[in-house]
Design a protein around this ligand. Structure first.
Ligand code: ADP
Ligand code: MG
Length: 683
């Protein structure tokens, strides 16, 4: 039987049903999948010159002669130790194998072998334990750069490497999606060579070239797909908002707009004048004042007889927004209303009736806004806050409520400071406004990394803040003691703080497993200054705005991501007082402490997000992938800006000539595959 890219993996030697099942867990089902299953990293098993020069504690490859027969002895616990010596012109090295007595036969005295392993110990303790080895010239395990693949139970790297080698037989069947001119223009390797070299690079340069080519292809196809989505949108109709009296809006504000806010409002305003839907991402660090920009857009909608929906990810945040916006707009004639899941059926009905009657101009809410029966007679603008917490499908559902064949304009706000590169990829179909300036008069939050044994002093400090009239947050990683891994739990720790540490102060606990009503009552009490110390989980992470709180204590800070800690820190520093963020961690790991120190060094959310991204990788950045766009296998997000720009330029140029990719069937197929894998077909 001829092997093709579409053959099942069972067509390869050594793959039965059990292994096929294990491989399926890695997303591998056809032979072609193996080619696109890229190594996680590589091992440098190229030959080093001499035993004398071998580095310590670093995997290396060298050739040597077996100097004496290997001997096996039994040690405690029935373990077998097989030892011997190998030599070259520069010196000798002891080799030790555990429970591998077969090496006595395999390593023949006087013969040369190539070994791969780590040298440990110095002086007479210098040795290598359990190295891989093969006869000189075999070149199956050593003597080159070897791929290391992501694995699963039952699949070894060696086995997978063998499968990929087998799959290379199908390489001639891989069609080249990139035209020759394009490859020449951007100096890109041909597709078959790129697939071969990304698995088995002859040298590091060839590897870099292969990666660059495949990354370019990924970014190019992504851009093509996104541009087509954008093009489709441009065929859509939206209600234009020609009347825009920004002066009347700003006259209501207790402060002038920052330069960045003004710019963002103008950018959005220009989009909103168009009869095609705006699709804009408003990105700004915690406290940069996104709400006011959203309010200005809602103002424009209202001036033009349209309604606005503002969707927040949590009930708390929705309430907070409704309150803030009501405060800003009171008496203007623009009516704000709130719809959340925890309202009574009667309240919800009344809210829906006001909306349907056109009495409500700006409806703030949670997912409840998406539910059946919420009818906007004239929805002109949809704003979502913290967009990455919504699925793309939900965004679309809200947009579909436009009615009358009109699509609402869309403004997406994100407080998660997404690095620009990532934003471009994830929101490639959105225009971007950035609030890169905080309102004036903010003093940066002083941040400290502190060991748990300083807790008593910290409590005294908290007490002092409360005595001065301020309020304090204490954030724990877990809700309940029953939660795994001995993390500080809000319930028990909160109770302890209340009874043992601050019996004379007002301590309250809020966490995600409480009833929404209880949560809200506690938050409202804290906002009203009736609670001194709020012990919580990360439910307070986004949006909560209590300017009187000036101390944020995070327990077990090492349990949180940097961006998450930055969001938490953003809960303080909102008022006129000097604010503090104290990160408690007992971790002794230097990398962990180093990571946390990044927060003490900067208040810039973008710098922190970049740092986070470096440490965790883009896949993790949003936790689950909720943005609904193709997963990029290769393109890392640092340093690939140039390549992204090149890919974008190339995509634009191509689409100008061939908008439907009719003349580029292989490419068209690649783009469709990339988007279809997400169930997000783009045709
Ligand atoms: P975020 O971008 O985190 O959503 P908010 O919209 O909640 O920020 O604004 C944070 C705080 O800054 C609010 O208390 C708001 O009233 C205040 N604020 C917003 N814009 C300005 C401004 N131009 N000047 C002064 N204060 C402002
Ligand atoms: Mg906000």
């Amino acid at each position: 039987m001829d092997l093709t890219l579409h053959s099942p993996l069972t067509a390869l030697p050594g793959v039965g049903q059990a292994r096929a099942k294990a491989l399926a867990k890695l997303g591998l089902s056809a032979v072609g999948d193996l080619l696109a299953y890229f190594p996680r990293e590589y091992e440098d098993r190229t030959l080093r010159e001499s035993i004398a020069a071998l580095p310590l504690e670093e995997p290396v490859c060298f050739a040597a002669v077996v100097a004496e027969p290997f001997r096996t002895s039994r040690v405690r616990g029935g373990m077998e130790l097989t030892k011997g010596r190998v030599v070259d012109a520069t010196g000798q090295l002891s080799l030790t194998f555990f429970n591998q007595s077969y090496v006595r036969q395999a390593l023949q005295t006087g013969q040369t072998y190539v070994f791969y392993g780590k040298v440990t110990g110095e002086g007479y303790r210098r040795q290598m334990v359990n190295p891989s080895f093969e006869r000189e010239g075999a070149n199956a395990l050593t003597g080159g750069i070897f791929p290391v693949y992501p694995l699963t139970a039952g699949i070894t790297n060696r086995f997978l490497t063998g499968l990929v080698r087998g799959a290379l037989a199908c390489l001639p069947q891989v069609a080249e999606p990139l035209g020759e001119d394009l490859r020449r223009q951007y100096d890109l390797a041909p597709v078959q060579a790129a697939y071969r070299d990304i698995h088995f690079p002859p040298d590091w340069q060839a590897l870099a070239r292969a990666r660059r080519r495949l990354m370019f292809e990924e970014l190019f196809c992504l851009t093509l797909g996104l541009t087509r989505i954008r093009g489709r949108r441009q065929g859509q109709q939206a209600a234009p908002f020609p009347r825009q009296d920004l002066g009347a809006f700003t006259a209501r504000l207790p402060f002038p707009l920052t330069g960045a806010q003004r710019r963002a409002v103008e950018e959005a305003g220009a989009d909103l004048r168009q009869p095609t839907p705006m699709n804009r991402l408003l990105q700004g660090d915690v406290g940069s004042g996104k709400t006011v920009v959203a309010a200005a857009c809602a103002w424009f909608a209202w001036e033009n007889g349209c309604q606005t929906a503002l969707m927040a990810p949590t009930e708390l945040l929705a309430q907070q927004h409704a309150k803030t916006l009501e405060g800003l707009l009171a008496g203007s004639g623009l009516v704000v209303d709130l719809l959340t899941g925890s309202m009574t059926a009667a309240q919800k009905r009344a809210c829906r009736e006001r909306l349907a009657a056109g009495e409500t101009h700006l409806l703030v809410g949670t997912h409840a806004l998406l539910s059946e029966g919420v009818d906007f007679p004239r929805l002109g603008l949809v704003i979502t806050d913290e967009q990455h917490r919504f699925g793309v499908g939900q965004r679309a559902a809200l947009a579909a409520k436009g009615g009358q064949g009109l699509h609402p304009h869309v403004l997406v706000m994100s407080a998660t400071p997404i690095p620009r590169t990532l934003a471009l990829m994830i929101y490639g179909d959105l225009d971007l406004s950035v609030l890169d300036e905080l309102p004036p008069g903010r003093t940066p939050v002083a941040t400290y990394l502190v060991h748990g044994d300083k807790r008593q002093r910290l409590f005294a400090f908290a007490r002092k803040q409360v005595a001065q009239g301020r309020q304090v947050y204490v954030v724990c990683p877990a809700v309940d003691q029953e939660d795994p891994e001995g993390m500080k739990a809000a319930q028990q720790y909160g109770r302890w703080l209340q009874t043992q540490v601050f019996p004379d102060l007002r301590v309250a606990i809020v966490h995600g497993r409480q009833k929404p009503k209880d949560k809200q009552e506690t938050m409202a009490a804290f906002a009203a200054g009736q609670v001194d110390i709020l012990v919580s989980t990360t439910v307070i992470e986004v949006g909560v705005d209590v300017p009187n709180a000036n101390l944020m204590i995070v327990e077990d800070a090492d349990r949180f991501g940097l961006s998450q800690l930055h969001q938490l820190r953003g809960r303080v520093g909102r008022g006129q007082w000097q604010s503090y963020c104290v990160l408690l961690s007992d971790s002794r790991s230097e990398t962990t402490r180093q990571r946390l120190r990044a927060l003490t060094a900067t208040n810039d959310g973008f710098v922190i997000a970049e740092e986070d991204l470096k440490l965790r990788g883009p896949g993790d950045f949003f936790g689950a992938r909720q943005h609904g766009l193709p997963q990029l296998k290769l393109a890392s997000l640092e340093g690939d800006m140039r390549l992204l720009h090149q890919a974008q330029a190339a995509a634009r140029a191509l689409l100008a000539q061939d908008p439907d990719l009719a003349g580029h069937p292989a490419l068209r197929q690649r783009v469709e595959e990339l988007f279809q894998a997400q169930g997000d077909g783009f045709n």
